[in-house]
Write a protein that binds this ligand. Structure first.
Ligand code: CO
Ligand code: ZN
Length: 334
């Protein structure tokens, strides 16, 4: 069983890239009772430390930020024009309900003159917050404010659908593992910032921590929906052990370490090759003189949409795999 309330509250927190403080505060509340030390660094990464006795350090990382729409201009009729923060698909962003940090609600649509919604581009998108003039809009929203999709937590049997599963479901998995884990190594649970805009937070945190091993947790795509692009990963078939994505080729010694930890504890896992898209795994790997870095992913459908969908069995497998990995005496090394 999993802590559904914890997962829900981490999912519900407002936190597009660069504005992760609310998420950080929510997560801090959950990890603090289990940590020897909790702090934010200058970028906003949240770091919870559990001290060990081996002299070795393991970093766990999951990103707190979600994608969003940033206000670039407000027109004379009070419509907001927006740009993407991270990988926002404009077609998926038409006819959505959105919210700003101060609670202001809006709905999105697009310029209908030239073509239909399926060809909508980001410059053609606008947000209607119910204002009729620029001045009226400016009472609620400023240039540079960021909106996120309003989404629901939908339970589909053992599966859940919600916005921001990328990557809050992995944040929750790290919290859950941090609560349960036993390790003789010092464990640094790092909840990173600004992953969606180019893996900006994780590298700085890893530089400061200088871990012997990093394990990132993120979502990954699946190849199990109608006529999707071919990929071996399936929902409900276990947590994944990443082989490659566009930011990283995981060293075989790190994969072996994670796969053995899974096999020894009868945890379901599947290998993952992600065609496009990067993760904090790669940013950490290139820090300092190079850091051994691997990744456990939670298979997720419809990533970067308001209905990201995952299977709770995979979530629980990811939690168990993290616990099994940090419990191992011998860490991978060259
Ligand atoms: Co993402
Ligand atoms: Zn992610």
């Amino acid at each position: 069983m999993f802590d559904k309330d914890m997962l829900k509250s981490i999912l519900a927190a407002y936190g597009p890239s660069g504005r992760e403080q609310t998420v950080s505060d929510v997560i801090r509340g959950y990890v603090e009772p289990f940590a020897d030390e909790v702090y934010n660094d200058a970028l906003g990464n949240l770091i919870a430390v559990k001290k060990g006795t081996s002299g070795k350090k393991i970093m766990l990382s999951a990103h707190m930020d979600q994608i969003g729409l940033i206000v670039v201009d407000i027109d004379e009729n009070g419509f907001l024009r927006v740009s993407n923060v991270g990988g926002v698909n404009p077609v998926i962003s038409v006819a959505r309900e959105v919210r700003f940090e101060n609670g202001t609600r809006g709905v999105t649509y697009f310029e209908t003159e030239k073509h239909g919604a399926k060809d909508a581009t980001m410059p053609e998108l606008f947000v209607d917050i119910g204002a009729t003039t620029r001045a009226e809009a400016e009472e609620k929203v400023q240039i540079g404010d960021v909106a996120v999709y309003v989404t629901n937590f939908v339970e589909l049997g053992n599966r859940i659908s919600c916005g921001a599963l990328d990557d809050r479901i992995a944040c929750a998995a790290v919290v859950e593992a941090f609560r349960q884990m036993k390790s003789e190594h010092s464990v640094y649970a790092v909840f990173t910032v600004q992953e969606e805009v180019g893996l900006r937070g994780a590298g700085a945190a890893a530089y400061a921590i200088e871990p012997d091993l990093n394990i990132s947790l993120d979502v990954t795509l699946t190849g199990d929906t109608p006529k999707c692009s071919r990929m071996s990963v399936k929902l409900g078939a276990g947590a994944t052990v990443k082989v490659m994505d566009s930011s990283v080729i995981v060293p075989p010694i790190v994969r072996d370490f994670l796969e053995k930890a899974a096999d020894e504890n009868n945890i379901r896992w599947q290998p993952e090759v992600l065609r496009a898209g990067g993760t904090d795994t790669g940013a950490v790997q290139r820090t300092r003189g190079g850091i051994l870095s691997g990744c456990i992913s939670i298979p997720t459908r419809y990533v970067h949409s308001p209905v990201e969908t995952a299977d709770m069995a995979d979530y629980e497998a990811a939690v168990q795999l993290v616990c099994a990995a940090v419990a191992k005496k011998e860490l991978p090394h060259r």
